[in-house]
Design a protein around this ligand. Structure first.
Ligand code: FAD
Length: 434
C-alpha cells in the first residue's frame, strides 16, 4: 500500500476494534491489520461482555450486536472432588431495559465489531501478519512491515493491539514476552443443547443467563479457575491455570477440563450435549506489576498485549475496549493540536488510563497474583477441602452434638494450617485485597 495513514492498528480483537472504530469515527485515516482469516477467527473468550464499556464506544450496540443471554445470576463455587460450596446472587433488577452484562460468542461478536469499524471508514485488511515495526533514524515508529509482498506501510502512530501472544512488541523490544508465571493457559469447550434444556437446567426464562465461576481442587492445587457460561443454545465451559504451574506439575489442560466436566456438580449441567468447538488461549495474569511501558515515540500499546487484565474479577475484554478507546482519544487530541506523535505527547494516553477504572482496579489488586501463586496449594486445595468437610459435617444430622462438631471443624482447620498459618493467610489476603 502506497498510502500513508494517520494510524495503523495491529490486531482486530476487542482492543484493536475499539481503537480503530474510535479513530475512524473521529475522521482519522485508519488501517487495521489482522492476521486471522477474519476478525475473531483467532480469538477466545468465556465470554462475558460488559455493556458499559461497549456503550461508551457504540451507544446503540444492542440494536444489532450478536448478544447471547443477559446475565441475571452469578454463582461462585468452591469445589472439592465431590462437592461444591456455593454463593450466588440473582436479581430481577438485572432484567432491565439495558442489561449490564451479556454472554457472547467472540467469533460472531468480533465479526460484527469489525463491520462497525469498516462502516466508520477504516480500511480493514485480514490474513495479514504484521512482522515488524518500521523505525526512523531516531528510533521513532513510523509504520509496520507485513508478510505481504511490498508490505511496508507508514503512519503517524501504530496501535499495538496484538493480544497476549502477539510477538510484535517483544520483537521490537517494547515489552517482554510474558513469563510463565504471568500468564494462564485456558481451554474451553462449547456444549450444544436445546435452549429449553439450558433454561430448565439453569432456572432461566427467555434470554436470561447464568454464570458459574469455580475454584478449588479442580485445578489440582494450581493457580486457576473454571467457568460455565450459558449462551442461547450452548454452554461455554472452560478452565485455565498458570503456565508455570502446568510446567511444574506436569498436569495437562486436557486432563483438567475432562475432570471438571466429570465433577458431580458439573456433569448433569452438560449431560447429553454435543461438543462442537474446542479452543485454547493465553490469559495475562501478571496484573499491575507486569504492565509494560504503554507508549513511546510513534506507538501505544493496548489490551492484553499490555497485560491489562483483571484476573480477580475475570475482566479482560472491558479493559481491552477501554484502553483501545482511550488510546484513540489521546491520539485524536494530539492530532487535533497538529502535534507530532512523540512519547511526550502520547503520554496523554497513560494519564487517561491511570485516571480510569482500568489502572485503579489493577493497582488495587497489585499483590494478588503473587499471593495466589505462592499460596496456591492452600487456596486451591487445602481450604476448599476443609470448607467442604465443615459444610458436610454441619449439614449431616447424625446425633453428634453440635458443639462437638464445631470443635472438630476448628481442629481440622488448625491441624491443617496451624493458628499462625490461619492468621497469616487472613492477613495476607486482607492486605492484598484492600
Ligand atoms: P485479542 O482479543 O487476543 O486480539 C488480538 C488480535 O491481534 C487477534 O485477533 C490476533 O489474531 C491479532 N494479532 C496478533 N498478532 C498479530 C500480528 N502480528 N499481525 C496482525 N494481527 C495480529 N474477558 C472478559 O472480559 N470476559 C470474559 O468472560 C473472559 N473470558 C475469557 C475466557 C478465556 C478462556 C480467555 C482466554 C480469555 C477470557 N477473557 C475474558 C479475556 C479476553 O478474551 C481478553 O482480555 C480480550 O480478548 C483482549 O482483547 P485484545 O484485543 O487485547 O486481544
Amino acid at each position: 500500500i502506497d498510502e500513508r495513514f494517520d494510524a495503523i492498528v495491529v490486531g482486530a480483537g476487542m482492543a484493536g476494534n475499539a481503537a480503530a472504530y474510535t479513530l475512524a469515527e473521529r475522521g482519522l485515516k485508519v488501517l487495521q491489520l489482522e492476521r486471522g482469516e477474519y476478525a475473531g477467527a483467532k480469538n477466545v473468550q468465556g465470554a462475558i461482555l460488559y455493556a458499559d464499556m461497549l456503550e461508551k464506544i457504540i451507544p446503540n450496540f444492542r440494536e444489532d450486536a450478536p448478544l447471547e443471554r443477559h446475565l441475571v445470576e452469578q454463582r461462585f463455587w468452591m469445589m472439592d472432588d465431590r462437592s461444591h460450596t456455593g454463593m450466588q446472587y440473582r436479581s430481577d433488577d438485572f432484567n432491565e431495559e439495558k442489561p449490564n452484562r451479556y454472554t457472547i460468542i467472540r467469533t460472531q461478536f468480533d465479526k460484527w465489531f469489525s463491520q462497525k469499524v469498516r462502516d466508520a471508514g477504516a480500511l480493514v485488511i485480514c490474513e495479514t501478519t504484521v512482522t515488524g515495526l518500521v523505525q526512523n533514524g531516531e528510533g521513532r515508529v513510523i509504520g509496520v512491515k507485513t508478510d505481504r509482498a511490498d508490505g511496508e506501510v507508514h503512519a503517524d502512530v501504530v496501535v499495538l493491539a496484538e493480544g497476549v501472544s502477539g510477538l510484535l512488541g517483544s520483537r521490537a523490544g517494547l515489552r517482554d514476552r510474558p513469563e510463565a508465571d504471568k500468564v494462564a493457559l485456558a481451554v474451553k469447550e462449547m456444549h450444544f443443547l436445546p435452549s429449553e434444556t439450558i433454561e430448565a437446567r439453569f432456572n432461566l426464562k427467555g434470554d436470561e443467563g447464568v454464570v458459574i465461576e469455580a475454584a478449588g481442587t479442580i485445578s489440582q492445587g494450581m493457580t486457576g479457575m473454571g467457568f460455565i457460561y450459558t449462551n442461547k443454545e450452548c454452554i461455554s465451559l472452560g478452565i485455565g491455570c498458570l503456565v508455570s504451574d502446568f510446567q511444574s506439575t506436569g498436569e495437562t489442560p486436557y486432563d483438567l477440563i475432562e475432570r471438571f466436566k466429570k465433577h458431580p456438580s458439573v456433569a448433569p449441567l452438560i449431560e447429553g450435549s454435543e461438543v462442537k468447538e474446542y479452543s485454547a488461549h493465553l490469559i495475562p495474569e501478571g496484573g499491575y506489576k507486569a504492565i509494560p511501558q504503554l507508549y513511546g515515540d510513534g506507538w501505544v500499546m493496548v489490551g492484553d498485549a499490555a497485560q491489562l487484565n483483571n484476573a480477580i474479577h475475570r475482566e479482560g475484554s472491558n479493559l481491552a475496549m477501554t484502553s483501545g478507546r482511550l488510546a484513540a482519544e489521546a491520539i485524536f487530541q494530539v492530532k487535533s493540536r497538529r502535534d507530532p506523535m512523540t512519547a511526550e505527547n502520547l503520554s496523554l494516553y497513560k494519564k487517561m488510563i491511570d485516571d480510569s477504572f482500568v489502572m485503579k482496579d489493577l493497582k488495587k489488586y497489585k499483590d494478588m497474583p503473587a499471593l495466589l501463586h505462592t499460596q496456591s496449594k492452600n487456596f486451591f486445595l487445602t481450604y476448599p477441602q476443609l470448607v467442604s468437610k465443615a459444610m458436610q459435617d454441619f449439614l449431616r444430622v447424625d446425633g453428634t452434638p453440635k458443639a462437638q462438631k464445631e470443635k472438630a471443624t476448628l481442629k481440622s482447620f488448625v491441624s491443617a494450617r496451624s493458628w499462625w498459618g490461619l492468621a497469616g493467610d487472613a492477613v495476607r489476603l486482607a492486605r492484598a485485597w484492600r
